[in-house]
Ligand binder design. Structure first.
Ligand code: SAM
Length: 216
């Protein structure tokens, strides 16, 4: 628990209530595997919380495919300055997420029931996050249209992060992306540290090049 205190600081009691809800209702409703309960803090809460290291103050964040709230709920707990939208298409999961928001009294969170590719006109946020949602080459096609120009996707990826970034190169090129990189966050706090793929949206396109309508 020592590391949890260090990571969550004064938000620790809220994080503890969230962990209890995941271990209880989350398991009963099939949103978290029973085997995850013993490693909830290390593999889920702390692993997600350390992403806050690279999110700017006051950012608007969309968490794509939030599921039971990872990483979106955790980021909202550890960083009350963020405005977080949890984007999740499945009703059973948005019900769970709304209950979390009420129970934890998270005033900086909204839940939006939709698929990412359906709501591109609604968002122009600073940061999109996603964990375990889709391969990077598909994820970027959902995430980049939700970002403001210069905004960034932070995709939590495991061992295949570098390979997925390579596979996504053609798509990144189509979107005119010039900045994409691997980052590690949470060194010394979680083992292994969390690997992120960071992709910065370019200043211009909302659609991939080549799919743009011609003006004449
Ligand atoms: C394996 S779960 C991961 C949930 C959570 N991010 C986590 O790490 O525990 C993938 C989630 O992505 C959601 N999802 C799938 N396709 C999506 C889409 N097109 N837009 C938004 N969410 C999507 C699913 O409903 C599911 O909740």
């Amino acid at each position: 628990m020592g590391m949890a205190r260090e990571v969550f600081g004064e938000s620790l009691p809220v994080a503890e209530r969230y962990a209890e809800f995941l271990a209880d209702a989350g398991v009963v409703r099939g949103l978290i595997g029973p085997r995850e309960v013993d490693r909830l803090w290390e593999r889920h809460l702390i692993n997600c919380a350390v992403v806050a290291e690279v999110i700017p103050q006051g950012a608007q964040v969309v968490d794509i495919g939030s599921g039971a709230g990872l990483p979106g709920v955790v980021l909202a707990i550890v960083r009350p300055d963020l405005q977080v939208t949890l984007l999740e298409p499945l009703l059973r999961r948005t019900t769970f997420l709304n209950e979390c928001v009420d129970m934890l009294e998270l005033r900086n969170v909204q839940v939006r029931r939709a698929r990412a590719e359906e709501v591109t006109r609604e968002f122009a946020v600073d940061v999109a996050t996603a964990r375990a949602v889709a391969p990077l080459e598909r994820l970027v096609t959902w995430a980049l249209p939700l970002l403001r120009p210069g905004g960034e996707l932070l995709a939590l990826k495991g061992e295949r992060a570098a390979a997925e970034l390579e596979e996504a190169r053609p798509v990144l090129k189509r979107f005119g992306v010039r900045t994409s990189e691997l980052l590690q966050v949470g060194r010394g706090m979680v083992d292994p540290p969390t690997t992120l793929v960071r992709v910065v949206a370019e200043r211009v396109p909302r659609r991939a090049k080549g799919s743009r309508k011609r003006s004449s």
